[in-house]
Ligand binder design. Structure first.
Ligand SMILES: [Mg+2]
Length: 339
């Protein structure tokens, strides 16, 4: 599993960043979202507030004491959800292999992409910055644990890759609390017997670990600190369409060739539907010409289906009705209206 390409993306001080985005006079100031009511806790605070020692989950009372000039704001969850949606829309342009952790955090599996994960990570950062105006940190590695560690490496606005050859040296100096799955309580107990860093932990045999962590979790942690983490992404399919497209290296105009390519994609897409027990109702083809003009044509079926032949008939009909008077550089097909 060492050849997977996993990204962990994490928006920086998300709620506070949105407040600074919407109200430019908040830029560069200590913004504390949540904790304004008497018993409230801090949800997120800007990096300017973190300098005073404020952090999330801290009581508002404490935050006010540490940062009396902080700007305390009530959370605007609707607005954050809206921005989060825009960010995820960008992520889905990369892949649909996405595990959503929260409004501001996700894993992406980009193993199948022919672009390098670093290039993809840079694209995500630039695109989120340009289209939305906030920053995101991206960690790159070959499993979830290391990718998450990497996204935290030079936050905010960070990008960092942990390669197989970096392990275990990069992990050794880390405090054990950084190891995913090791809670504060367990860390305290391990500290009490002189285990503070991953390096210390690496010297523990399985027996000792199992004494402190229990059989099941000790195996997991034993592997994890050695850079092994085979957890796969938990992907919830909430996509509204399945699609594939391709750019031709040589220009084509031939309808039979287009049909052949699209049929191959349909086969994959229909298989995906069957596998996930879903059906679709709309078939859409997309054609981009040499001059970059683009057309889409859709056909809605009479009923929801995942039958390949039904999709094929619709696709053939759509292609037959096309007027092709220019060279084609891209064709694509998608199935939408999915239930
Ligand atoms: Mg975050």
């Amino acid at each position: 599993m060492i050849d997977r390409k996993i990204l962990h993306v994490d928006l920086d001080a998300f709620f506070a960043s949105v407040e600074q985005l919407d109200n430019p006079s908040f830029k560069g100031k200590p913004i504390i979202v949540g904790g304004s009511s008497k018993r409230g806790v801090v949800a997120t605070c800007s990096y300017e507030a973190r300098k005073f020692g404020v952090h999330s989950a801290m009581s508002g009372f404490m935050a006010k004491k540490l940062c009396p000039n902080g700007i305390f704001l009530k959370p605007r969850m609707d607005r954050y959800a809206q921005i989060s949606k825009e960010v995820f829309r960008i992520l889905y342009e990369v892949t649909d292999h996405i595990e959503r952790i929260s409004v501001d955090e996700a894993y992406l599996d980009v193993t199948d992409s022919d672009r390098s994960p670093y290039k993809i990570a840079s694209w995500i950062k630039t695109t989120v910055k340009n289209r939305i105006g906030i920053t995101i940190s991206v960690g790159i590695s070959y499993n979830k644990f290391l990718a998450k560690l990497a996204s935290d490496w030079n936050k905010p606005d960070g990008i960092f890759e942990i390669r197989p050859s970096d392990v275990p040296n990069i992990l050794k100096p880390l405090s054990i609390i950084k190891v995913h799955g090791l809670g504060k309580k367990t860390a305290d107990r391990l500290n009490s017997i002189g285990i503070f860093t991953v390096s210390d932990l690496l010297q523990c045999d399985r027996k000792t670990l199992s004494y402190f962590l229990g059989e099941l979790r000790s195996n997991e942690i034993y592997n994890r600190i050695r850079g092994i983490d085979n957890r796969s992404l938990k992907i919830k399919t909430t996509r509204k369409s399945y699609g594939r497209e391709t750019t031709f290296e040589e220009d084509i105009r031939s309808k039979p060739v287009i049909k052949e390519v699209l049929l191959q994609y349909l086969f994959e897409l229909a298989f995906k539907l069957v596998k996930t027990n879903k059906s679709a109702k709309t078939v859409t083809i997309k054609i981009k010409f040499e001059d970059f003009s683009q057309i889409t044509r859709s056909h809605s079926l009479l009923a929801y289906t995942n039958n390949l032949q039904t999709f094929e008939e619709a696709m053939v009909l759509l292609v037959d009705n096309l007027i092709i008077d220019k060279k084609i550089r891209l064709v694509g097909i998608s199935l939408s209206n999915i239930v």
